[in-house]
Design a protein around this ligand. Structure first.
Ligand SMILES: [Zn+2]
Length: 649
């Protein structure tokens, strides 16, 4: 209770009161003010965006943890020191006397990012109590604290959590004007309570609004979830500056909440009217695809950053998206819609249609699956496809994006090294750009393109009577709705059932092998041509970062001109044909040369100035266009694929 009061006062901007009184009077006055404030809070409602059952926008405050017998675990989160970015978190569990010891465990990773992140590194001063009595607690591994129960029925674990790293959609942050958290980062669980009903008290100033898809208990700041897994599947923000729009699609309420969006939302494109209209279209298109409305209410939770950024994380009935920069949201409107559509498609694909290897989630260690190319790659495929099908994007906008995606893939050396299924399996090692440069391929980008090719192959074999849409729907009805996870062989069997024959060769070549993806022959079936053309900048084959005003090689592509000339990571490039690279972009200077041209490069390695000659080669870009002589069957297939008339494509 003492900790609650201390934090409570801090949370209510103590400095405003303190500055008017002398130190001698401060304690007495503060106690008096606290009592008055508690009385006022008990009586006065305040605005809130919580997901109340009644839908009323009212707020209240937390109640004491002693009146929580029906919850197996009662969580509380409060801002302890906003300038030090520290939360105070407690969890009280009941019926502990039946066990000698109870383990409190913090996840090492979160669903949505398949990489060990060791959130326990942010935990400080973990202790356990039962009422006023301290209990013995010790760490038994990097993320687990074992508490001796001493026969006590009610045990509370209390700890601080550092949440001050740069905000992204999957982490947590606390500052002077915001509490944002993903429960997976900072709430410990016990095996005894994980699958039982839990509650969460959020302590914050009365004039702050709270946005979350957790169930709100009446007018309080207490929220509930059926299990711990549901608790951590609802990103939550509390702040005085939230802006909310909403609309209704097929009877479901669609909420759009923006943090720090006030200036950005005054854009020519990026404004309430356009966003509400376009999101409604995306949502409707995806409801149509799955022929299902799987919730009564859904929350798009956005943070707008002043700097360029884009990151989203999916949840069962909500998504959290962090995007910026604030000043250029008009120009980034397409990107905003793309990430929005991607995250919404996850409502089915991975939040309900789940690889079997994940179930139940084991948050303490890696969960290996080859299926992230479906869960993430196909989500990227359908994310953008939904934009054109819903007429939010024009067909030409979509085909331009497709050309860019093919260009990126064909310029990824790792496509020749790592099969797609292995990229998924090894997500834990290298799925997010860390680790082995030039030897990996993204299960997002290659998965997206393999999704396209599989869609076309099914359409071809069934005379356009079936498509990948039918496979995704079958995954939903035969697995998600039966509360079953799916395996690689479940998925491949469904493709063969719907596609009418063996797809063994397709999967062997493009999913389990590294054959080049047949864009030309495949897209021709849709009446489209893939054009390959030389890029303006010749190909050198080394990426570089700037150090001391000169580009320094950070990675070398195997078999590239840079590799053949012997360049290595750490080489500082000084000049090309005598042209200084000081304060210059390497790519800009390369634009002055042509493929096949021989260029003298001066560089520093180990403090020694050296010179060598490199023969540049060509870099290629790809674009997708309509074929002038497309057959009627090809035109029809393209029309049904994009939900557009051939003349409008
Ligand atoms: Zn995703």
């Amino acid at each position: 209770m003492k900790m609650f009061l201390v934090a409570f006062l801090l949370c209510r901007k103590r400095a405003i009161f303190v500055s008017h009184f002398t130190i001698n009077h401060q304690r007495v006055v503060m106690r008096f003010l606290t009592l008055i404030l508690l009385l006022i809070m008990a009586l006065a409602p305040s605005p809130s965006f919580g997901n109340s059952k009644t839908g009323r926008k009212t707020a209240g405050r937390s109640t004491a943890s002693s009146d929580l017998p029906k919850f197996a675990a009662a969580y509380k989160i409060e801002s302890l020191a906003p300038n030090l970015h520290t939360y105070q978190i407690s969890v009280t569990v009941q019926n502990a006397e039946k066990k000698d010891e109870i383990d409190f465990t913090l996840p090492a990773w979160r669903p949505g990012r398949y990489q060990i992140q060791n959130y326990a590194a942010n935990v400080q001063e973990f202790k356990a109590v039962s009422g006023a009595a301290a209990l013995y607690a010790m760490k038994v591994d990097k993320q687990t604290w074992r508490v001796k129960t001493d026969g006590k029925a009610e045990i509370t674990a209390i700890y601080k959590y550092y949440a001050g790293a740069q905000l992204d959609a999957g982490n947590s942050y606390v500052g002077a004007d915001e509490m944002y958290f993903n429960g997976s980062n900072l709430f410990v669980y016990t095996d005894e309570t994980r699958f039982k009903p839990v509650s969460l008290d959020i302590v914050c100033p009365d004039d702050w609004k709270i946005a979350t898809q957790l169930e709100r208990l009446g007018k309080t700041n207490r929220f509930t979830a059926e299990t711990y897994d549901d608790l951590i599947d609802a990103p939550t923000v509390a702040s005085p500056t939230l802006i909310e729009f909403s609309t209704v699609v097929r009877g479901a309420k669609i909420r759009m909440v923006f943090q720090n969006g006030e200036r950005a939302l005054k854009g020519f494109q990026f404004n309430e009217k356009n966003i509400t209209r376009d999101i409604a279209k995306i949502v409707e298109t995806q409801f149509d695809l799955y022929k299902e409305v799987p919730f009564k209410e859904y929350l798009f939770l956005y943070h707008i950053t002043p700097y360029r950024f884009s990151h989203g994380v999916e949840h069962k009935n909500s998504t959290s998206i962090v995007i910026g920069g604030e000043a250029e949201m008009d120009m980034r409107y397409d990107g905003f819609l793309s990430v929005t559509s991607h995250e919404f498609y996850h409502v089915w694909n991975i939040k309900r249609i789940i690889p079997k290897e994940f179930l139940p989630y084991n948050y303490t260690r890696e969960a290996y699956t080859p299926m992230l190319y479906v869960s993430e790659g196909f989500t990227s495929y359908y994310g953008d496809l939904s934009l054109v099908r819903s007429k939010v994007w024009s067909p030409s906008r979509y085909l331009a994006e497709l050309g860019d995606n093919i260009t990126a893939m064909q310029n990824t050396y790792g496509r020749k090294i790592q099969p797609l299924a292995l990229s998924s399996f090894d997500a834990w090692l290298s799925g997010y750009g860390t680790g082995r440069a030039n030897s990996t391929v993204s299960f997002y980008s290659k998965g997206e393109l393999v999704g396209l090719l599989l869609d076309i192959e099914i359409r071809k074999r069934t005379d356009n009577n079936a498509s990948l849409d039918d496979v995704m729907r079958a995954l939903n009805t035969e697995f998600a709705q039966q509360h079953k996870g799916f395996t690689a062989s479940d998925f491949e069997s469904l493709v063969e059932k719907i596609g009418g024959g063996s797809f063994k060769s397709f999967f062997e070549k493009y999913v389990y092998g590294t054959d080049e993806l047949p864009f030309d022959t495949s897209l021709e079936l849709l009446g489209l041509a893939v054009k390959k053309s030389l890029a303006r900048t010749p190909f050198f084959g080394a990426s570089a970062t700037v150090e001391n005003n000169f580009p320094v090689v950070s990675a070398v592509v195997p078999e590239s001109p840079a590799a053949l000339a012997g360049f290595d990571k750490g080489d500082m490039l000084i000049a090309l044909n005598g042209l200084s690279l000081m304060n210059e972009s390497l790519n800009k200077v390369l634009e002055r040369f042509k493929p096949d041209e021989r260029v003298k490069i001066s560089y520093l390695r180990g403090g020694k100035l050296t010179e060598t000659t490199v023969r540049l080669s060509g870099a290629y870009g790809y674009s997708v266009t309509k074929k002038l002589n497309a057959t009627e069957a090809q035109q029809k297939m393209c029309e049904s694929w994009l939900n557009a008339k051939w003349d409008d494509i």
